[in-house]
Design a protein around this ligand. Structure first.
Ligand code: ACO
Length: 338
């Protein structure tokens, strides 16, 4: 008898765990003192208003894909996974090497992951967590076994280095995680993702796309650089990250006190302090590295996750909370059993 489509059994739903992490930051350090000689600012202003002391800048010939590939290699080593085992590469970035092909395709070439499908995702600083949830769903749905998730940005390539309102905030880097089913672990327990396109203009790069093509005139007006309404972004950051964090905690029936370690987006120490205050948590529960790297966009939470894991801030089985926001406006939070 002819087989019917409906006779094919659905794949079993499986959990997806982070089985390895890696990160990379470029060698060159740009300190607040260096910025004092570039724009009208001071180390004191930057430290008091943001908590940032220095950031890393990629070399001119070092692209987002190069940083992403280095983070990916570290994650594969950490997970004990060979490039040929990777089914999917997802790269969260707003500074791709090119419009196309995707940065994920460049990463595939650099690490030799010949069996992977590849794509980029644009959700600004929320990109890594958005990618993590997509990886989770592909693994849960049974179509993928091993997914490489990367957050990578070379924001120095789109920063207006004459604008003190933004240039002191950002840095370059990449972070990666390998997701796979690990029997007996809940892995990614739940993720909430949200967006508000009405707030697109508070943090954006107007030029470069079809709405504002790369012309000499547009470049002269600095439309191909990052523009930000800092105060509004700050306000929205705290509100949206709190909404996302509370939603995932509620869904799991956990309180913030049950969480072993919070890995927040690394934009501004005051934003993290405001969250700690609202969650009634000691700041020590948050992994913070923005003093060393500034805001590395999609890479920030991924680098922080790798650092926290490698320095033993949590162990297998511990519940951790990731929470991010970014241009779009986008925001997300995940509860993960490590
Ligand atoms: N050095 C010295 N003075 C400065 C600097 C600087 N680098 N930057 C701004 N100022 C001045 C301003 O011009 C302003 O002067 P004025 O009062 O004479 O106009 C004054 O300092 C205060 O400016 P505010 O904007 O009120 O400063 P605030 O305390 O809000 O801090 C900041 C600014 C750090 C940008 C803060 O608003 C912030 O962190 N916002 C969130 C930014 C963010 O997280 N962006 C990333 C989003 S994630 C992503 O997707 C990339």
């Amino acid at each position: 008898m002819k087989k019917q489509i409906r006779d094919i059994p659905p794949p079993p739903s499986r959990t997806a765990s982070v089985i390895g992490t890696g990160s990379y930051v470029p060698e060159r350090v740009l300190t607040n003192a260096d910025l004092e000689s570039m724009v009208e600012t001071s180390d004191q202003w930057i430290v008091e208003r943001t908590g940032i002391r220095e950031r890393r800048l990629a070399a001119e010939t070092e692209f987002t894909s190069h940083m992403a590939a280095k983070a990916a290699q570290a994650a594969m080593e950490n997970a004990g996974v060979k490039p040929s085992e990777i089914d999917l590469i997802l790269v969260g970035t707003v500074t791709p090497d090119n419009f196309f092909p995707s940065t994920a395709c460049h990463v595939q070439r650099l690490i030799g992951a010949e069996n992977a499908a590849c794509m980029d995702l644009s959700a600004a600083c929320s990109g890594f967590l958005y990618c993590l949830e997509i990886a989770h769903q592909f693994i849960a749905g049974g179509s993928m076994q091993t997914v490489l998730v990367i957050g990578a940005d070379k924001l120095s390539s789109i920063v207006n280095w004459a604008d003190r309102n933004t240039c002191v905030l950002f840095g370059d880097g990449a972070g990666a995680a390998i997701l796979r089913h690990r029997p007996g672990s809940r892995g990614v327990v739940t993720t909430y993702m949200g967006s508000d396109g009405n707030l697109a203009d508070i943090l954006h790069m107007p030029g470069g796309g079809c709405a504002c093509p790369t012309t000499a005139e547009n470049i002269a007006q600095k439309l191909n650089t990052l523009h930000m309404n800092g105060r509004e972004t700050y306000k929205q950051a705290v509100t949206s990250m709190m909404r996302a964090a509370n939603t995932v905690l509620d869904r799991c029936g956990l309180t913030a006190q049950d969480i072993k370690c919070v890995i927040p987006h690394q934009a501004n120490l005051r934003i993290i302090e405001a969250m700690a205050d609202r969650m009634d948590l000691d700041l020590g529960k948050f992994h913070i590295n923005l003093d060393k790297y500034g805001n590395t966009s999609a890479a920030a939470v991924a680098i922080a996750l790798d650092e926290a894991a490698r320095t033993g801030r949590f162990q297998i089985g511990d519940p951790i909370l990731l929470v991010v926001f970014g241009g779009g406006l986008t925001y997300a939070s995940s509860v993960i059993e490590w």
